[in-house]
Write a protein that binds this ligand. Structure first.
Ligand SMILES: [Mn+2]
Length: 433
């Protein structure tokens, strides 16, 4: 089986990570446990992002162990041994011998895990691992005094994407762009939210991909609920569909949002809001410059939104009042833009290595090789009782999200195949086969 990266790239990742650790150490990187859906039916398995990153192990039940207690760093991949009686039911396993081609020093059977690890831990000054992914590992590491977390070290590496990672992420963004286009093409008044979801996800699957998070399709007022997930309402003609969907290629995510009228024609009020969010989003993308601070993207989108809300007469206050504190952005515009501007993207949809745009946590300085989402939105839920929602815009929710690679020469939109101008969108909707 071919891994998505050369063994050399995995070995370099391991070396960069392990060289940050001081003294005699044992590092234990578990994969995720299987989760039960009902009785003997399991949820589809997704390997842990850290083991994927370090050695590309996708099968269930792998544990990567690294140790330098005997001199140089040695890595062992513990896997389930071949077992014909189980494989007849569950599918073929790579097995201990088969795993030899993975980028590790040696492989071993999980049957020997506890004994081997205990020896290494006893000989180490420091043990690095983390709770919550594998119950088996949790049991082993509970009670280790001074247990250290290896993830912050790996996160600094995962933050900057290699050329091959960027290639894979571009592919994920392209597949997701096509899925969004397919949904627009097939739309019609009264289409079900679930129907749009099925077009998006079948599009992923036909490209041998799968969703990176469950697809969000919110029609009309449902678009104003940020993590709407029931997808069970029909979308009347004249209403907007907000579709937030992304897929995964070799574990790397894309994450795209588009908002469009199911009947193919923006109303004047929808157009006002859509155009404002689009201008804000473009300003956010333009702010993706290497060397800029983490908040610069949120600052850019927020400034455009606050100003636009005043111009449209939705906010009757000064710009300063609309924005609020220039560091925490807590002004009146937050009534209608309640989330951050974006997040890092990679093996996890909300990737590691920094905060989210608009969070209190300071994020990293923007550097070439980072991939972020830029996703401002405006939401005028007619059901809101906490704020005054202008009648004209009541029931409108718009978000526009692209995946952006930061390079030395500026931002590169990985999801640029997905149309977002009003003209382009109106041409496509309902124009499918
Ligand atoms: Mn996102």
């Amino acid at each position: 089986m071919a891994l998505p990266f050369d063994n050399l790239e995995y070995l370099q990742r391991q070396e960069s990570f392990l060289s940050m650790l001081k003294g005699n150490c044992t590092v234990i990187i578990p994969t995720n446990d299987q989760s039960v859906r009902s009785n003997d039916v399991k949820y589809p398995f997704r390997a842990g992002s850290y083991i994927l990153y370090l050695c590309g192990w996708e099968e269930e039940d792998g544990i990567l162990v690294a140790s330098n207690t005997r001199g140089d760093w040695e890595t062992t991949l513990f896997v389930s041994p071949r077992d014909t009686s189980k494989e007849i039911w569950e599918g073929k396993r790579v097995g201990v011998e088969g795993a030899n081609t993975w980028p590790v020093s040696r492989t071993d059977s999980l049957e020997n895990l506890e004994e081997s690890i205990q020896k290494l831990i006893d000989d180490s000054e420091h043990t690095y691992s983390f709770h919550g992914s594998s119950r088996r590992i949790d049991k082993i590491i509970t009670g280790i005094v001074g247990l250290k977390d290896p993830r912050p070290f790996i996160d600094t590496l995962r933050l900057i994407k290699s050329p091959r990672e960027i290639e894979i992420m571009s592919e994920a963004a392209e597949i997701a762009s096509i899925a969004h286009i397919n949904a627009m093409k097939s739309a019609f008044p009264n289409i079900g939210e679930w129907h749009i979801q099925s077009i998006i996800e079948s599009s992923f699957m036909s490209s041998k991909s799968q969703w990176s998070f469950p697809t969000i399709v919110g029609g009309g007022d449902n678009a104003t609920i940020l993590h709407y997930s029931s997808n069970d309402s029909p979308i009347e003609g004249g209403m907007l569909a907000l579709v937030d969907a992304g897929c995964e290629v070799h574990g790397y995510a894309s994450d795209i949002t588009r908002t469009w009228p199911v009947n193919g024609q923006f109303s004047d009020a929808q157009r006002d809001i859509y155009q404002l969010v689009l201008e804000s989003q473009v300003a956010g993308i333009d702010a993706c410059m290497p060397g800029s601070d983490w908040l610069s993207m949120h600052r850019a989108t927020s400034n455009v939104l606050a100003e636009g809300l005043i111009e449209l007469g939705i906010l009757n206050c000064s710009f300063e009042e609309a924005i609020g504190n220039p560091e925490s952005f807590d002004g009146k515009y937050r009534d209608f833009f309640m989330h951050g501007t974006g997040h890092l993207l990679g093996l996890d949809v909300h990737d590691v290595g920094g905060g989210r745009q608009g969070d209190e946590k300071p994020g990293p300085i923007l550097q070439p090789g980072m991939v972020v989402t830029i996703e401002p939105g405006l939401y005028f839920g007619s059901w809101r009782t906490d704020i005054d929602v202008p009648e004209k815009y009541s029931g409108i929710g718009v978000r526009i999200e692209d995946d952006v690679l930061i390079t030395d020469s500026g931002p590169v939109v990985l999801s640029s195949s997905c149309p977002k101008s009003i003209e382009d969108i109106e041409c496509i909707i309902g124009n499918g086969d």
